[in-house]
Design a protein around this ligand. Structure first.
Ligand SMILES: N[C@@H](CCC(=O)N[C@@H](CS)C(=O)NCC(=O)O)C(=O)O
Length: 242
């Protein structure tokens, strides 16, 4: 197979990427054992859909972590979900929607809208942008994300309502995990890559939130994050912008 190049947003705070979707793809590639070269992009401007991650392979650029995974599975015949029943696959898809279409936006709210967190996060998320441009880009990017949150609908709620939504999602994840080592049982599957993309980006970062506090009270989720990190990311250093 020709070289697979994977474009990510940078990492920080000991996490390989501050983007849950980039971290998900990174974890997936490691779970599936797919060789690749990671490139760090300071902004998503060159991505085919304007969002990271994206890949370059065989002269094509493909955006969206889900479509990238489907493409790789078609091309390489790999499938970390191969051992799952149809009902387990359906449950994994429902969890994926909870994480990517709902909990993700609660995290976005905490990073981009809560003033104390934004002061910390803006220097990280725009860390690869030239220092002169950063103060100009920061308010434009923040306004854009506020618009995305309103468009999604979650940004229309009061802060306590948004946090209550996130805390319920975290509780559901903790209940589903129970005492299993991984979400679908004894071995990591795609949904573990998805959950691992999101959870450390809430639980292991200096972004304060009642959702983070609630997650850290679930001992099984704390142990799970540690377990996936040890299993999938052993010996990986956090990345700085190229
Ligand atoms: N559905 C996409 C979502 C990717 C995504 O939302 N990426 C964010 C970073 S976490 C991004 O690049 N946002 C830039 C923007 O919205 O302008 C996927 O699965 O890859």
């Amino acid at each position: 197979m020709s070289e697979l190049v994977v474009h990510h947003l940078p990492g920080a705070w000991g996490i390989p990427s501050v983007s849950p979707f980039c971290l998900k793809l990174d974890a997936y590639l490691r779970i599936a054992g797919i060789p690749h070269r990671a490139v760090i992009d300071a902004t998503p401007f060159k991505a085919p859909k304007g969002k990271l991650p994206y890949i370059e392979h065989d002269g094509q650029k493909i955006g969206d972590s889900g479509f990238i995974i489907e493409y790789l599975e078609r091309r390489l015949g790999c499938d970390p979900n191969a051992g799952l029943s149809a009902a387990e696959r359906a449950a994994a898809l429902a969890l994926r929607r909870l994480i990517e279409e709902n909990l993700y936006w609660v995290m976005v709210y905490d990073r981009w809208v809560v003033d104390e967190n934004w002061r910390v996060f803006r220097d990280v998320v725009l860390g690869g942008v030239p220092a002169l441009v950063r103060p100009l880009l920061a308010p434009i990017a923040r306004r854009g994300v506020r618009g995305q949150l309103k468009g999604h609908g979650i940004g229309l709620h009061a802060p306590e309502e948004i946090h209550a939504i996130g805390i319920r999602d975290i509780g559901a994840l903790a209940d589903f995990l129970g005492q299993k080592p991984f979400l679908m049982g004894d071995t990591p599957t795609e949904i573990d890559a998805i959950a691992y993309g999101q959870l450390p980006n809430i639980m292991s970062v200096p972004i304060e939130s009642p959702v983070k506090d609630a997650a850290l009270k679930h001992a099984n989720l704390v142990a799970y994050v540690e377990r996936v990190r040890n299993r999938v990311f052993a010996r990986v250093e956090p990345r700085a912008p190229d």
